[in-house]
Design a protein around this ligand. Sequence first.
Ligand SMILES: Cc1cc2nc3c(=O)[nH]c(=O)nc-3n(C[C@H](O)[C@H](O)[C@H](O)COP(=O)(O)OP(=O)(O)OC[C@H]3O[C@@H](n4cnc5c(N)ncnc54)[C@H](O)[C@@H]3O)c2cc1C
Length: 457
Amino acid sequence: MILSKEFLEALETLCVVRDGDAADALDAGFHPENLAAGVVALPGMAQEVCAIVALCRTHKVSIVPHGGRTGLAGAGASEPGQLIVDLNKMNRIVELDHDAGTIAVEAGATLQQVQEACAEHGLTPGIDLAARGSATIGGMIATNAGGMEAFRCGVMRHRVVGMQAVMPDASLLEDMTWVSKVNEGFDIKHLLTGSEGRLGIITGAVLKLDRLPDAASSALVSFQSAAAAVHAFRHLCMRGGVLRAEIMWRGYAETVAQDVGLSELVASFPGDVLVLFEHSGGSRQEAQERQQEALLPLMESGHVEHAVIAQNDRQAADFWRIREESWAVERRWPGGYWYDVSVPLRSLDDYVETLQGKLQAIAGGIHFSCMGHLGDGNLHITVSAQSGCRPDKTVVDAAVFSGLKAMGGSFSAEHGIGLEKMQALTAYGDPAKLAAARAVKQALDPDNLMNPGKVLL
Ligand SMILES: Cc1cc2nc3c(=O)[nH]c(=O)nc-3n(C[C@H](O)[C@H](O)[C@H](O)COP(=O)(O)OP(=O)(O)OC[C@H]3O[C@@H](n4cnc5c(N)ncnc54)[C@H](O)[C@@H]3O)c2cc1C
């Protein structure tokens, strides 16, 4: 199906439109089908988005909202006959209230833009992820993004105090409150948060801000087990000042280290689990001293196998490269299956050991890589194999997902459902929750125009 000439002509009177070569020239981002629709509307203000949605309703054209196209669950994939509504031109920082610690932004502003605007005032949006340069605030709200600071600042849902959005009936939801306490009945902005473009197009938001730490110190620390790492994490949090705690199992750290030329560094750390801790302080030296004092009792009690506190920016950057260059796993074993699960902290060792056993039983030669956000028990797992002997995905899915619900975890932590996890949602989602979600979708978008085919069947 292609969009009619009449529709395209009407669309061009409403906003900037890119199609043909101009659409092909855009960066498709992290899913090969993101730009498959071939027609991209680039509105410049919320009223234009309302007009676009109204036009789409008239012509029964379905809409796929796009931000930075960094989503990892395929929720931005599109097909011919659909219209991509790309929020990238709506990227203004509208207002920052320093004393109240809040910022109003348009939905297409990138996380990095917001972080930089906040940093000028000694503030931070309290959320960070490696795709910061492209991921937009609208996309992050739509996926309820988490990231490295979620264990202490919450996920995106906890950062949003106000929202502006265009609903599927083309009406404008104006809920741009600057205050946290608003109990006005059902909170529709929280329905849109995490809805992956299925319930409306977010056009603006007010976010809560925190104080930006003055300086930070990074330490790479190794442990015999995840349980020992969790014990250390709790001890360090009780003493205060922990900004981040990123966990990596040895197999992951060795693969990335080999790719980025840091194998010797990783080899010098005994133990199965490495954690990259970041501590705050008034100055780098103060942060380092705080980190050292906090780690010392853990070393003396034998909880820690080995610890190195970065002495300069270069060493800190090397530590962070091992954590952030996760695509090294894909480079080494292309075509791996990627997972994003939540595991209760008390069950980390049990879950990982059981899963490794299940994978070995499926087929020999499977490579298991695992890292994530320790404080949330959020594991990013890659299951890879040599080309030609890839195991069946449904079998691997079952190995990764089964047991999670019973232990109080989740098959979907922070990347969303998109296309990739729809089967898992049907299999592992709570039936009553799914029925309520379908009823909400039917009520708000009876014609199923918003991002059809994703999240909910
Ligand atoms: C290197 C890398 C690291 C990452 N790290 C993390 C991490 O630590 N934590 C984490 O949570 N995620 C992470 N992600 C995933 C990704 O960055 C997030 O999902 C991000 O929130 C997506 O934002 P986006 O603007 O790119 O959205 P897109 O990819 O453009 O869209 C994602 C979904 O949101 C919808 N959407 C986009 N904009 C809007 C809007 N304005 N209104 C309504 N719906 C909209 C789309 O339809 C789609 O369903 C990472 C990705 C990469 C590539």
